[in-house]
Design a protein around this ligand. Structure first.
Ligand SMILES: Cc1ncc(COP(=O)(O)O)c(C=O)c1O
Length: 390
């Protein structure tokens, strides 16, 4: 079980949870804006370009405000790049572990950068990219990572993501415009610096032939304890040393602690067994709505959870035995119909939901903690479920 790095409630304790349908994701526009201002200041002071990773958050209703502050989008393939083009604008950088040839023309037409995962794909497809004036990038594996959760560690020797740097040493660098790596996950500044130190002696000489270096995502820049001044110094130095445009492509950091998932207690009971905790079945499903809870796994923070209290296991409404959100403290026994809210639920949630068990999908709402304006921007119906099937 990994500890969540988010969980700052910000202003969500001011929101009356009963104003919303349940379940419902709520994004605080003001909290998002605060994150975007931090990122914008970073851009201004270092000249770094920042692309939002749509895989983490692609709520396009908020694209206008995001595009005001950031430079564009980082995409994972055809659908995300189409969404980026339609709603987010700016630069589009698309990486895929392997592009399918029949999608590549369309991707290249949309994308400013196409980042390949193998020299095989560069050799086979860079002419398609060039035909549409897209820059050609290659993802490297720095073979260095401080990520504790191996599921999210991309830099092992046998990782399927990125080529080893030694493969570039005798390669014709004229075929390549940029180098990309992504090895961080929810990390502070130090692991980035350590990664760069591992590879800079090989990368820096190669950069004379390059336009850009993309340092991927996983930088938890908007977290309170993030060492942002060190990052600023580092980005200026890397930019000077390489003479390249530096990019980063954070997902989580853009929306960190700016969203919650509201749910409702549907039933509450104590199993007839002294050792078992009390159980609350909620309309939030870990497996259908917040699969990272099971995948990571991690325990999301609960709004206003006391340090001590009745121990209650919150579970979902699906048939999966492991559809469990976690064990929490409650000051009073939860009442049927009572609302709860899980914190830091904007990233890797709405983009990952499923209709498993026909469980109802959470609505999506935008709230402004400054003005208290609230708007439900999306609700899902039975027809949405049926349309996924045939
Ligand atoms: C290639 C790439 N770029 C950027 C990101 C965004 O990372 P994060 O949301 O942790 O900042 C990811 C996440 O998996 C990624 O794989």
């Amino acid at each position: 079980m990994f500890k969540t790095m988010g969980g700052n409630p910000r202003d969500f304790n001011k929101l009356d949870l009963n104003r919303l349908p349940s379940p419902c994701f709520v994004i605080d526009k003001k909290a998002l804006q605060t994150n975007l201002e931090i990122l914008y200041e970073l851009k201004k002071q270092t000249n770094v370009k920042i692309l939002i990773a749509l895989k983490a958050f692609s709520t396009f209703s908020l694209a206008p405000i995001i595009s005001e502050y950031l430079d564009g989008s980082c995409c994972s393939g055809l659908y995300e790049s189409k969404l980026a083009k339609k709603y987010f604008g700016g630069e589009i950088s698309t990486f895929s572990p392997a592009f399918k040839k029949d999608e590549l023309n369309e991707i290249a037409e949309i994308s400013d950068h196409i980042i390949f995962n193998s020299l095989n794909q560069v050799n086979n497809f860079s002419d398609i990219g060039k035909k549409f004036n897209s820059d050609i990038g290659i993802r490297i594996n720095p073979l260095y990572s401080e990520v504790k959760n191996l599921k999210y560690s991309t830099a092992s020797i046998d990782s399927r993501l990125g080529i080893h740097l030694k493969d570039l040493i005798n390669y014709d660098m004229n075929k390549i415009d940029g180098i990309h790596f992504h090895t961080l996950c929810e990390q502070n500044f130090k692991p980035l610096a350590n990664t760069w130190n591992e590879i800079k002696n090989i990368i820096t000489p190669l950069c004379t032939d390059l336009k850009w270096v993309n340092l991927g995502g996983g930088h938890h820049i908007t977290r309170k304890d993030y060492e942002i001044n060190k990052l600023k110094f580092f980005l200026r130095k890397v930019s000077n040393d390489t003479n390249c445009q530096i990019y980063i492509e954070p997902g989580e950091a853009v929306v960190l602690d700016s969203g919650i998932l509201i749910g409702e207690v549907i039933d509450y009971f104590k199993p007839n067994n002294e050792l078992s905790p009390n159980i609350a079945i909620t309309d939030i499903s870990a497996t259908s709505h917040i699969p990272d809870v099971i995948e990571a796994p991690y325990r999301p923070a609960l709004l206003n959870e006391p340090n001590e209290g009745h121990k209650v296991v919150l579970g979902g409404p699906s048939c999966l035995a492991g559809d469990v959100i976690g064990k929490y403290n409650f000051s009073n026994h939860p009442k049927i119909g009572e609302r709860i809210a899980l914190l830091d639920q904007a990233h890797y949630t709405m983009v990952k939901t499923s209709f498993f068990n026909g469980v109802k999908l959470p609505s999506i709402a935008i709230w402004n903690s400054e003005t208290d304006d609230l708007e439900i921007i999306k609700s899902f119906s039975y027809e949405d479920y049926e349309n996924r099937l045939s």
